[in-house]
Design a binder for this molecule. Structure first.
Ligand code: UFG
Length: 337
């Protein structure tokens, strides 16, 4: 089986290529390298002893997307990662986000219909839930109004799929919680562009001396230690969930043409607990201080993982210290380059 991975050179995409190849799939990566490096393909080959096929393409461009599907006529399924993903930037340039993220989705689905490719896995996000009314959050919980164009593109993508699937496409949308960590070889990991927005890259860059100090946004939230709580998930566990989802579609085990699954660990950690884990697992001392709340942050969220466990037979394996230490090993490797 050959799977097209859009955005396959990115953080989650690259780890998913590794797990798919380890599971015996052939992989084609289509990526425009706007937020990633082609060298990732060498790294995937190094880890798996198999080189994924690669085509540089901007899938938001109809012609370029058509060319990808015309070049690789033997694709059986698609996993769609290609998207802009910076929440803050999406507030500044919303049209760019809608055009890119939804343009890619439509061009890909159009080609899937034309080429009779049935299996589609969409990269979605727990951001669709907004601030939860009760925890842990279930897939049946209401989707709340989006608080950013980025989050809105994830919601619209799910809604569009609900009307498109059925006749010739079956889809699974995986709602990721907070992916962190890196492959144990430290050959692939997260490569943030400029100053990181996300917690873990900011922590590792601060410990590496690239940033002076981590600012912990808010210490007066109604949580056990006053800082926000998230469900952090190891990117390798997340990558494996994609393999399981694709196999479910291929083996026609899906119960509906469009299914949604939470992909998290089911445990919430506060920002201070993440700092503690980082210091414990790496032996590094982190320079940090409290700062005001960041606009738009929800207070706390973690996943109800029952559906993924029962239906997909998937459960996260890696603990929090393995997540923070692997992120650090990746940062150390980057420093050596
Ligand atoms: N945080 C800090 N200091 C920092 C960065 C983050 O204290 O420098 C805190 C945030 O306030 C938050 C927690 O760390 O409490 C996690 O923040 P991230 O930015 O790492 O992650 P978010 O939960 O805000 O957002 C992530 C992704 C989004 C996605 C969302 C829900 O970045 O793309 O999860 O899926 F939409």
């Amino acid at each position: 089986m050959k799977i097209l991975i859009t955005g396959g050179c990115g953080f989650i995409g690259s780890h998913t290529c590794v797990e798919l190849q380890n599971a015996g799939f052939d992989v084609v990566i289509a990526d425009n390298l706007s937020n990633s490096k082609e060298e990732v393909i060498d790294r995937i080959e190094k880890i798996t002893n198999k080189r994924p096929e690669f085509i540089k393409a901007n899938l938001a461009d109809e012609k370029e997307c058509d060319e990808v599907f015309n070049t690789f006529s033997d694709i059986n399924g698609v996993i769609n990662f290609a998207a802009y993903k910076a929440v803050g930037e999406s507030m500044d340039v919303p049209v760019k986000y809608y055009k890119n993220n939804l343009g890619i989705l439509l061009n890909v689905l159009d080609n899937m219909q034309k080429h009779k490719i049935k299996y589609f896995v969409q990269s979605s996000s727990c951001t669709v839930y907004g601030e939860p009314d009760s925890l842990p959050i279930k897939e049946t919980s209401p989707v709340k109004d989006a608080t950013s164009p980025y989050g809105h593109t994830k919601q619209i993508a799910e809604q569009m799929l609900s009307f498109i699937v059925g006749k010739d496409i079956d889809a699974i949308a995986l709602r990721y919680f907070n992916p962190i960590g890196a492959h144990k070889t430290a050959l692939i990991g997260e490569l943030p562009n400029g100053v990181p927005n996300n917690l873990l890259p900011f922590i590792t860059q601060t410990a590496a001396g690239i940033r002076k100090e981590l600012k912990v946004f808010g210490n007066d939230y109604p949580t056990s230690d006053g800082t926000c709580i998230r469900d952090y998930i190891h990117v390798v566990d997340l990558a494996k969930a994609h393999v399981v989802a694709m196999n479910r579609l291929i083996n026609e085990k899906n119960k509906k043409p469009l299914e949604f699954f939470n992909i998290g660990t089911g445990h919430g950690y506060s920002v201070l607990e993440i700092i503690n884990s980082f210091e414990r697992s790496t032996g590094e001392k982190l320079n940090w201080s409290f700062a005001p709340r960041r606009a738009g942050d929800i207070i706390q969220i973690w996943a109800d993982t029952q559906l993924a466990e029962e239906e997909l037979g998937w459960k996260a394996q890696e603990d929090i210290d393995s997540m923070t230490s692997s992120a650090w090993n990746w940062q150390l490797q980057l420093k050596e380059e």
